[in-house]
Design a binder for this molecule. Structure first.
Ligand code: SF4
Ligand code: ZN
Length: 305
């Protein structure tokens, strides 16, 4: 009879095999490893420094739930840092209500200030209304408005950084998608901490943690949420890239991390180009923009607003 798999650190029963490190880990050592990894990412890239007020984009889904949970635990090691959670209510009926409930439950449990930003209050209409006869553009419209809502919320909350829950899978998918589209400028774009005061830096502390590790972390912390899928999620290219990359990662562990490393190398060879180097001010609203008119103002014009 084969012996049960045990934790490579303490010898207790293991709950996960960490492919990239080749170790089996128990629940305690797995959670500690993930939190240490995230703390390391934050420190290496100077994502959070003393006296920062970090706004966490909390959709109520898995990634943002794990992010808020981890940051609330890691906070004391970063000095006088405070947290505020922002949830965008796009107005997607039958979907958003449940994720908002989950976000409210978590922020109450952790005692974190929470603001809800609704499309209706900010832009005059819910996404459901804005999408009448425009459904194929759902994710583009939603993405631009959500980004704007989060920046507005971050400014209103007096925060100095905006943290999002993008994980390793999301980031690796984006590298591959931008490469497949031949979009080098998007590939090398860095809207992180080198903002030179032009925009609020966006940080992604989970960018080296895989979707699988996040799911395990949530289950071990009894924070797993099984929420419905957005009815507009028909992002065909990302879906295909996602399944292709998961297959590769399974057969060749480390594939996703390697993609991220490639992006960094390309960025460095472009002499560390940052968004701040590439941006000008939007002619209409004055926000940082890569063109004469920012994406938000162009969208508002095309929606006739
Ligand atoms: Fe918005 Fe598309 Fe995400 Fe739905 S799937 S929340 S429409 S970006
Ligand atoms: Zn603008």
């Amino acid at each position: 009879m084969s012996s049960p798999l045990v934790c490579s650190v303490c010898g207790k029963p293991a709950v996960i095999y960490q492919r990239h490190s080749g170790r089996h880990l128990c629940g305690v050592h797995f959670c500690a490893d993930v939190e240490e990894h995230v703390a390391g990412t934050i420190k290496t890239h100077r994502m959070i420094t003393g006296y920062d007020r970090v706004a966490v984009a909390l959709s109520g889904g898995k990634d943002s739930t794990a992010l808020l949970l981890m940051l609330s635990r890691l906070l004391p090691s970063f000095g006088e840092v405070s947290l505020v959670a922002l949830t965008v209510d796009e107005g997607i009926s039958g979907y958003r209500e449940e994720t908002i409930r989950s976000a409210e439950w978590l922020t109450r449990k952790l005692g974190i200030e929470h603001h809800i930003l609704s499309f209706e209050a900010l832009f005059g209409d819910s996404l459901d209304t804005l999408l009448k006869d425009r459904e194929p553009r759902a994710c583009t419209i939603c993405g631009i408005l959500r980004k704007k809502a989060l920046v507005m919320g971050t400014q209103q909350a007096g925060a100095t950084k905006l943290a999002t829950g993008h994980n390793l899978d999301d980031e690796a998918q984006s590298v591959l998608m931008n490469t497949l589209r031949g979009d080098l400028s998007r590939l090398v774009r860095d809207s992180g901490v080198n903002s030179s005061g032009i925009f609020i830096p966006r940080i992604k502390p989970l960018r080296e943690i895989s979707e699988r590790e996040i799911a395990m972390y949530l289950m071990l912390n009894e924070a797993w949420t099984d929420l419905p899928e957005c009815p507009y999620s028909h992002h065909a290219l990302r879906r295909e890239v996602r399944s292709l990359l998961s297959g590769f990662e399974y057969r060749y562990p480390g594939t996703m991390l390697n993609l991220m490393k490639s992006k960094e190398k390309i960025r460095q060879s472009c002499s560390g180009t940052t968004d701040a180097d590439l941006l000008i001010r939007c002619r209409i609203c004055g926000d940082p923009s890569s063109g004469e008119i920012c994406q938000f103002c162009s969208l508002m014009q095309s929606l006739g607003r």
